[in-house]
Design a protein around this ligand. Structure first.
Ligand code: GTP
Ligand code: MG
Length: 200
């Protein structure tokens, strides 16, 4: 009997409050953008199915809270992650400076988590979870968001500076995005999916 194989990839999105994590996900999954800010509390996920080469993958994208008072709630969801997306706002230096902390905290949490289970059954599609994270090779992607603001005149973090940070962290792929204008959102998430798949 042939069983349809599907790979579930768990992706965690992290970054300071207001950088546009929820907006990037909404644009990617629902093709919607709202100017209104509504803080994420704890963590929640959306899914999107993708075909990558001959594989059907389900991206499970976890949106977390950037606001400090809600952050501890998000940590519980890092377990079993296949890829971590870091987001900053190119117009806010502090959000760039925070990346170091998000990166290190994530690795600390995820490498201390026990392995996630492999679930399979002959009567339902097979869902395969990845192995526990290896901190040295764990895939990250960095997104510099809100590049549309003021036609780029209010940006304070240059592309060069962001790429240097990525290089120092072991060649993290970097994308500049606008959730508002749907700029580079699909390519960024495709890269994320491929990185997660490679880590499987
Ligand atoms: P927390 O949930 O608190 O962690 O914030 P967040 O990172 O999820 O930010 P969110 O997506 O809620 O966006 C914050 C604000 O920035 C909202 O008012 C969005 O409309 C706006 N915003 C998000 N992305 C963009 C963008 O690419 N360009 C512009 N101009 N505004 C954006
Ligand atoms: Mg949010």
């Amino acid at each position: 009997m042939s069983v349809r194989r599907r790979t579930l990839l768990k992706v965690i999105v992290l970054g300071d409050s207001g950088v546009g994590k929820t907006s990037l996900m909404n644009q990617y999954v629902h093709n919607k953008f709202s100017q209104q800010y509504k803080a994420t509390i704890g963590a929640d996920f959306v899914t999107k199915e993708l075909q990558i080469d001959d594989k059907l993958v389900t991206l499970q994208i976890w949106d977390t809270a950037g606001q400090e008072r809600f952050q501890s709630l998000g940590v519980a969801f890092y377990r079993g992650a296949d890829c971590c997306v870091l987001v900053y706002d190119v117009n806010v230096m502090r959000s760039f400076d925070s990346l170091e902390n998000w990166h290190d905290e994530f690795l600390k949490q995820v490498s201390s988590s026990p392995p996630s289970p492999n679930c399979s059954s002959s009567s339902v599609p097979v869902v395969v979870y990845a192995n526990p994270a290896d901190p040295k090779s764990f895939p990250f992607i960095l997104l510099g968001n809100k590049i549309d603001v003021d036609g780029g005149n209010s940006r304070v973090v240059s592309e060069k500076k962001a790429k240097e940070w990525c290089a120092a962290k072991g060649n993290i792929p970097y994308f500049e995005t606008s959730a508002k204008e749907d700029y580079n959102v699909d390519p960024a998430f495709l890269c994320i999916a491929k990185a997660a798949l490679a880590n499987e």
